[in-house]
Write a protein that binds this ligand. Structure first.
Ligand code: IVH
Length: 682
């Protein structure tokens, strides 16, 4: 055995101490201060050192136990069989190595394909449920793996946990294990509520689930929409099927929830395919997952493989790239939007998170900065999940360096120097300038964007250059640009300059709805613009519409109505409109359709997955034009779901609820049937 260098011994001590602190914060306080990915790295480093110098392993090293000891307040219960943890794979090779070790231990041939049961790895709290003669008698947390807390009263408030098993044939004594979690939507609702009351928000759904479950008052737990999903059995007296897959299917028949994404894979390659499939649908699942778990399917083989200290040799968790990472906050800049709203933006030391390198994250507004208590120089946790823009979740306070500077909201616009105003009851602060170059740039970017005037080739950077070089000073001035004006600009040759001028020219022929959207009226998005065009089919009618007229229109509330009215009362907006019309911007007369007589009126549709011939926006637009209401989520009220490739949880939900599902061919057929209604563009 090699001698332990002093520096290594020191690193070991620090690692163990740090990890123990984090365990305490995570398991006992439900308030972790670092992202899981960082915790995983610390544990990996500790294991690495202990593997090289096994003589350093102490019985109390964090590697020798699974979680933290149970806290006070609940009774401690020993687990009949320990609740173990899983080894992690972080890359493809780790999984291939796992599969090779399994085959070698089972003395299988090199090309043998082991059957694995594949399941998403839910990010919640591990729980053991005990059923006696079919009745739920106890619910216990994992705790440190050998003993946990008795939270029976709280577990009984979880709606999808049966208090009595259904059917028959269940073992006289049956311990079921699984994860209790908070679906994403319920998490958002809880946090919104907490923020509105000025209370502390939860950093992620797992944390919120832990906090909810460990309430000493079960009435509080009952208010949180927790769910449980089962993934294995512990101790039992009686008979159970011989494979993981069949056991879970059996549990489902007894009324317990199992994961609808569970699948069998034969060999490592199919496991990898499963991993990629689940990663693709990850963001569409209604709950958080942090990877997938592969388990040798046959129970007899599992028994043959056995365990090493804390984890089974027959299972592995293949983790997804983390949604949360930590990095340094280098500075906070303030961006000014097209309506003057100032948004603080965190400039970060670039960090790889959620599958991309992130160097900026939004801080939303001053209230958010105060809530986070963030200082420049802080180490912050960044979250990037799905299409959502990166967010600053929290500050790692114990890493705040000396001399970190609190963030101040500027009193003057950093671009035009005008006063910054914060209106009563509004979180946003605004630049009050009427000639602010930042506002102008954003207004023109919006005007030119795809869903507005759709000027091909006029990207954000080009708009900025044109404004900075004073070649344009309003949306209308775009139409006076000449090719030689732009030919000299960054990455612009004669040809691309001429193409741009042509694209600007082409954009003059538009639709009324696009024109309204392009004006950038506050609270008027694409959908509202379409509604306005239908109800006030000429510019004169729209200009004259009173707030009362506007609120009578479907989907327009008093706030939007106020913004629309005030937009058309401001002289400079009317001038802009006049200038655009003078430049030749025009649209065909709006064909007013009575929504009651459209073929799909009264129906609600959902579009999910990838369609080969339509973007999701196009599909939604076509359905709207046929009179359907397009919704983002499936419910029993949904009339039908259009499902393309890789449709995820929405499709599953539709199937669960017996909602009609159209594949792309059926969708095309529907469009063809109603072709007559799809002639023009509103
Ligand atoms: S199996 C001996 N299956 O991950 C096998 N665990 O890191 C024990 N988890 O404590 C676990 N989803 O809380 C298993 N489909 C799944 C899981 C799962 C989430 C959690 C569980 C466990 C932890 C291990």
């Amino acid at each position: 055995m090699s001698e332990v260098p002093a520096a290594i011994q020191e690193e070991l001590n620090t690692l163990r101490e740090t990890i123990n602190d984090h365990n305490y914060r995570y398991y006992t306080l439900d308030d972790p201060s670092i992202p899981d990915a960082e915790y995983d790295r610390l544990m990996r480093r500790l294991r690495e050192i202990e593997a090289e110098f096994p003589q350093t392993i102490t019985p109390d090293s964090p590697t020798q136990r699974v979680g933290a000891a149970p806290a006070d307040g609940f009774e401690t219960v020993s687990h009949r069989l320990p609740m173990l943890s899983l080894d992690n794979a972080f890359e493809e090779q780790d999984l291939l190595d796992f599969d090779r070790r399994v085959r070698e231990r089972l003395k299988e041939a090199e090309d043998a394909r082991i059957d694995y049961c594949c399941e998403p790895k839910l990010d919640g709290i591990a729980i053991s449920l005990l059923y006696r003669d079919g009745y739920l008698v106890r619910g216990v947390t994992r705790g440190d793996g050998s003993a946990g807390e008795d939270i029976t009263a709280n577990v009984k408030t979880v709606k999808n946990i049966p208090l009595k098993l259904r059917g028959e044939g269940y073992p006289a004594e049956l311990e079921v294990r699984g994860e209790i979690y908070l679906p994403k939507a319920a998490f958002d609702a809880i946090n919104k509520d907490a923020a509105a009351k000025g209370e502390k928000t939860f950093v992620n759904p797992r944390n919120a689930a832990a906090g909810s479950l460990r309430q000493l008052d079960p009435r509080i737990t009952a208010k949180r929409a927790l769910e449980m999903c089962c993934y294995s059995v512990g101790y039992f007296e009686g008979e159970l099927p011989g494979t993981q897959h069949d056991i879970l299917t059996q549990l489902q028949q007894w009324g317990l929830k199992i994961n609808s994404q569970m699948k069998l894979a034969s060999g490592a390659q199919e496991c990898l395919d499963y991993y990629h499939h689940i990663m693709n649908i990850r963001d569409q699942l209604p709950y958080e997952i942090d990877g997938v778990v592969f388990k040798v399917n046959r129970i007899d083989l599992q028994q043959e493989l056995g365990f090493v200290s804390r984890a089974p040799r027959w299972a592995i968790a293949y983790k997804f790239p983390a949604h949360e990472e930590m990095t340094e906050l280098l500075a906070v800049d303030f961006q000014v939007g097209r309506t003057g709203v100032m948004t603080p933006v965190a400039r970060l030391n670039p960090v790889f998170v959620g599958g991309a390198t992130v160097s900026n994250a939004t801080l939303h507004n001053m209230d958010e900065i105060r809530r986070l208590g963030v200082h420049v120089g802080d180490t912050v946790i960044i979250r990037r999940a799905g299409d959502v823009i990166p967010q600053v979740v929290s500050v790692v306070l114990d890493r705040r360096p000396e001399g970190a500077v609190p963030v101040d909201f500027p009193k003057h616009c950093p671009f035009c120097g005008s006063d910054v105003l914060q209106l009563e009851g509004e979180a946003a602060a605004r630049c009050s300038g009427e000639n602010c170059s930042a506002q102008l740039k954003e207004a023109i970017k919006h005007f030119a964007s795809r869903k507005a005037m759709d000027i091909d080739g006029l990207g954000d950077r080009l708009v900025e250059l044109l404004v900075e070089k004073e070649l344009i000073d309003s949306p209308a001035s775009l139409y006076s640009l000449k090719a030689p004006d732009v030919a000299g600009l960054e990455r612009m040759g004669d040809k691309s300059a001429q193409n741009l001028i042509n694209a600007i020219e082409v954009s003059k022929q538009t639709t009324f709805a696009r024109f309204i959207y392009a004006l950038g009226i506050r609270e008027v998005g694409e959908a509202t613009a379409k509604v306005l065009a239908q109800h006030f089919p000429t510019l004169d009618l729209l200009k004259q519409a009173t707030e009362e007229d506007l609120v009578e229109t479907p989907d327009i509330g008093p706030i939007s109505a106020g913004h629309i009215r005030s937009f058309f009362q401001q002289e400079h907006n009317l001038e802009t409109i006049g200038a655009l019309l003078n430049q030749g911007v025009s649209w065909p007369e709006v064909v007013v359709r009575s929504t009651e007589t459209l073929p799909l009126s009264g129906q609600t549709a959902v579009v999910t997955g990838t369609l080969a011939d339509y973007s999701r926006d196009e599909a939604k637009d076509l359905l709207t034009r046929l009179g359907a209401k397009v919704s983002g989520s499936v419910s029993a009220k949904t009339s039908f779901v259009v499902a393309g490739e890789k449709a995820g949880s929405k499709l599953t939900k539709a199937q669960d609820l017996d909602v009609k599902v159209l594949d792309e061919d059926a969708f095309k057929q529907l469009l063809e049937e109603h072709q007559a209604y799809l002639g023009g563009d509103a």
